[in-house]
Every structure is written in C-alpha cells, then in structure tokens.
Design a protein around this ligand. Sequence first.
Ligand SMILES: [Zn+2]
Ligand SMILES: [Zn+2]
Length: 160
Amino acid sequence: MINSPLCPCGSNLPYSSCCLPILDDHRCAKTAEALMRSRYTAFVKKNEQHIIASWHEINRPEKLNFDGHPVIWLGLTIHGVREGSENDVAGTVDFTSTYLENGLISRLREMSQFVREDGLWYYKEGECNVTRQKVERNSPCPCGSGNKFKRCCLLGNLTK
Ligand SMILES: [Zn+2]
Ligand SMILES: [Zn+2]
C-alpha cells in the first residue's frame, strides 16, 4: 500500500485527493469550505500563487511576504459553514487556524465570506479575532513532535 501523507487542512484525507488538486487547479474547489481548506494548505505549503488567485480582486494583495514573518502552522478547525455549496453563489465559513508566531501560539478565529463567480469560489473578506498564548520553553512542543518546545519549533520561529 502506498503511504500517502494526510492533507495539512485536517480533513483526514490524503493530500493528493484533498487540497493538492485545488492548489493545481482553482476550479477543483467545488464548495466554499473546499476553497477555505485549500487556502490554509496553500499557506502551509507557501503556495503564494494559489492564495492570491483565490482572493477576490476587490481585496487581493499584490504579493505575500512569507520570509519576513516565520509562521509554523499547527492546524485548522472548521466550526461551521453557511451556504457555500455547489449551488450557491456565496458562503460563510467559521474556522480557527492555529499557528506559532514569534514563539507564541496564536489562534485566529475567523468568519470568512466567499463568493462564487463564473464557477470559481473566491475568498472575499473576513472578520477575525486572534488570541495569543505563551508556550513554556520546556513544555512539549505544540507541533506534536514529542520534543521540548525550545529544542523544536521555537528554534527559528523568533523574529530577530
Ligand atoms: Zn485538504
Ligand atoms: Zn515542534
């Protein structure tokens, strides 16, 4: 059996049949939730092209800066979806993404609005709230590696 890695978006599906096809082809996102998941995965994979292409042009940034700003993504939880099906032209996804930034665990809860135009879903805008929490240097790393935080993800995650 081929051991295929799970998708970073937390779907418990293989990456090759979850977000990867969407990163390759925007049209593969059939629902607002699928596009939301693929955008999270694109941040994990530093796939700037997909993040920008799936951003609605009214709010689309020109470029992203991954380098100035080291982030380790820890997970995505979808709390709920309103509309956003294959038959809708708009949808809302309520989610939390968790990441390490500057040595702090950050939880970003967002209500994201998506619209579908010409058959393609786009991220339009969102309202978010970020909470940050310190991790003790000697506690187990939140990435789940089993190593101490100071010997694992804390290394290289502090902006100088
Ligand atoms: Zn996925
Ligand atoms: Zn770690």
